[in-house]
Structure formats: structure tokens, C-alpha cells
Write a protein that binds this ligand. Structure first.
Ligand code: TXA
Ligand code: MG
Length: 319
């Protein structure tokens, strides 16, 4: 029964060479991958995801030398960031050459590109003559998948194969950085914090919402959303006390919270480690969505480092 969940990298390469789509593991989330030069594969990605064609795809490569094939006029700061973080959870928006099909970039002059940090996907890319376009392997606006099972549940037999690389270690998407002239701009918060980016290139600006960034159409207000009604609040206990008759799941950094209407407290990191919390966020939302509860209430995370990225995703999940 499709999709086959398998560790067979050659099989994945064979399917991709035949213009099919394969779900691939990365250190952030699973991606739905296809040859960037194949209309058939790219159309299948958009139709599986039910994604509007106005939303561009990220291109995945295995070595920095491949940038030359399809990008130009790379700013110095982009190269500094690439050298600092690749392979890793940084997507750079760079000027595209005309070989990149317009459907990949939704007609924009820039293309999103990254080298993912997962050994199986790097090996797969090294076997292929083309880069892979890969959006997160979830239907449009739902939670990104961090395990092969999540992907299988989303797409069933419409998808041929999930390359099984286990659980994604970062668990939250890449950070997207573009340039206005030579100035770096963050369009999506993600697995690499603003502080880490600023350590390499100095101050950056943040344009990660719809009003400020129609450039990155994936930054819609509602996104990453569970089916269960979700709230992000300053004080979980005060908020949940208003709903004594509801069955509530809470997401926190503190496992001491309890009340009769709180069925489960998902403490994402006992030590308050934000990286650990980020890595567990989506898997937790997936799990809570399968439980019979009335609402998910998350306590706002500290507003620094990956806490900002977690708050960003949770606030989009509440819309
Ligand atoms: O961690 C990740 O980035 C994962 C893994 C699979 O690599 N991929 C991912 O792709 O999150 P996706 O398609 O779900 O999100 C990509 C975001 C979208 O919001 C899209 O609008 C934006 O990147 N994007 C891609 N190319 C762009 C471009 N040329 N200009 C502006 N935004 C772009
Ligand atoms: Mg996505």
C-alpha cells in the first residue's frame, strides 16, 4: 500500500528520475520533493498539497557549487550566511537565472534555496542530476510533518514513497532570509534564531507577516493549524479557569500546572530548553489533534531565540 515508507535511497532516486514525487526527510520537517525542471513532478507537488500557484517552492541542493547553475548576483552577506549555516536550516532568497521555471518561484525574480542537513537526503541529492523543489509535506495550511507517519496520514496512496529518515531533529521549518540591496531581511522565523543570524551579518530586519511581506506568501496569518481550536495565552491557568467544563490540553515549559479541566500538560522541555521545545512542537500538535479534547491552550514562550519562532507558529495556529 502506498506510500511505501522505506530507507531505500536508490528507489527514491529512481522515482524522482521518472518525474514522480517522493517525501524526503530533512532536519527541519519532511518535504514533498520533485525535479525542479519537471512540469509533471511540480504539478503533482502543488496538487497533492492543494497549494495555490502563487506560493513559491524552496529548491534543495547538496553543495554550494550548485548555486551557480540557477542563481546570480549573490550578495556577500548571503555567502557568509551560507558558509555559516549550510548544510542547515537556512533558506536564502537569491536572484534566479532564467533556467529556473517560473512555477517554482511563482513568477518572482528570486528563488529560495537551501542545503538540508540530513545524511540520507544529501546522499539522494548527490545521486541526482537536478535540484529538488520541496515544500513541507503537508496539505496547505496544516501542521508540517516531522515523521514519516505524519506524511503517510496526510497523503495516503496518492503519494508513492516516503524516504524514511526518522524523526526530524529540529522540528520547525528553516529560517528564510532575503535581501533588500545588501541588507538581510528575515521573511520567516525558523530553526535558526535571529540572534544566530545577526552574529554573522549584523542587524537584520524582520518582515514576517502578511502586511509587511506579501513577498513571502507562505506567511499567511492562518497556517500550521491543528483541527482542534488552539489558543496562545500569557497565563494558561487564568485562561483555562474560564472553561471549567471543557477538556483542555496545555502546552507549556512547566510540568507543575494542573487543574481538573486540564486533561494533559505537554511540557515541551523540563529544562526550559527552547531548542528541545521547538523540536517537539509539531509532533505534539499532531498527537493532541488525534485526542478527544475541546481545546489546546499554549503558554506564550520566552520572546527570544527559538522562543520567537515557536510563538510565531503557535500564533498562526490560533487563527
Ligand atoms: O524547512 C523548510 O524550509 C522546509 C523543508 C522541507 O526544507 N520547507 C518548507 O517549504 O517549509 P514550504 O514551501 O512549506 O515553505 C516555504 C516558504 C513559503 O512560505 C514560500 O512562500 C516561501 O518559503 N518562499 C519560497 N520561495 C520564495 C521566494 N522566491 N520568494 C519569497 N518567498 C519564498
Ligand atoms: Mg509549509
Amino acid at each position: 500500500m502506498n506510500p511505501e515508507i522505506s530507507k531505500d535511497i536508490s528507489k527514491a532516486a529512481q522515482l524522482l528520475n521518472a518525474e514522480d514525487v517522493v517525501a524526503i526527510p530533512t532536519e527541519t520537517v519532511y518535504g514533498l520533493a520533485g525535479n525542479i525542471y519537471s512540469n509533471q513532478a511540480i504539478n503533482k507537488i502543488f496538487s497533492l498539497k492543494k497549494r495555490p500557484l502563487t506560493n513559491p517552492l524552496i529548491v534543495h541542493i547538496d553543495t554550494i557549487d550548485r548555486l551557480e547553475e540557477f542563481t546570480k548576483d549573490i550578495p556577500d552577506k548571503a555567502l557568509q550566511l551560507a558558509k555559516a549555516f549550510w548544510p542547515g536550516s537556512l533558506t536564502l532568497l537569491l536572484k534566479k537565472k532564467s533556467v529556473v521555471p517560473d512555477v517554482i518561484t511563482a513568477g518572482k525574480p528570486t528563488v529560495g534555496v537551501r542545503i538540508p542537513d540530513h545524511p540520507m537526503t544529501l546522499e539522494l541529492l548527490s545521486k541526482l542530476a537536478f535540484p529538488l523543489a520541496a515544500p513541507s509535506a503537508n496539505p496547505f495550511t496544516s501542521i508540517s510533518p516531522t515523521s514519516p507517519i505524519h506524511v503517510k496520514e496526510y497523503f495516503g496512496e496518492e503519494l508513492s514513497m516516503v524516504l524514511d529518515g526518522g524523526e526530524c531533529k529540529n522540528g520547525i521549518e528553516s529560517t528564510i532570509v532575503g535581501f533588500e540591496g545588501d541588507t538581510p531581511v528575515i521573511y520567516r522565523l525558523g530553526s535558526i534564531s535571529i540572534e544566530e543570524i545577526e552574529n554573522i551579518v549584523g542587524t537584520v530586519s524582520l518582515k514576517n507577516n502578511e502586511e509587511k511581506a506579501p513577498v513571502a506568501p507562505g506567511m499567511m496569518a492562518r497556517h500550521y493549524a491543528p483541527k482542534t481550536k488552539t489558543f496562545l495565552v500569557k497565563d494558561v491557568l487564568e485562561f483555562t479557569s474560564k472553561y471549567p467544563n471543557k477538556k483542555i490540553a496545555i502546552i507549556t515549559l512547566d510540568n507543575s500546572y494542573s487543574a481538573s479541566n486540564i486533561i494533559i500538560n505537554k511540557c515541551l522541555s523540563q529544562k526550559g530548553n527552547l531548542q528541545e521545545a521547538a523540536s517537539k512542537l509539531y509532533a505534539t500538535l499532531h498527537e493532541l489533534d488525534t485526542m478527544k479534547i475541546d481545546m489546546i491552550v499554549a503558554q506564550k514562550f520566552p520572546n527570544h531565540g527559538l522562543g520567537k519562532s515557536i510563538n510565531d507558529r503557535l500564533s498562526r495556529a490560533t487563527k
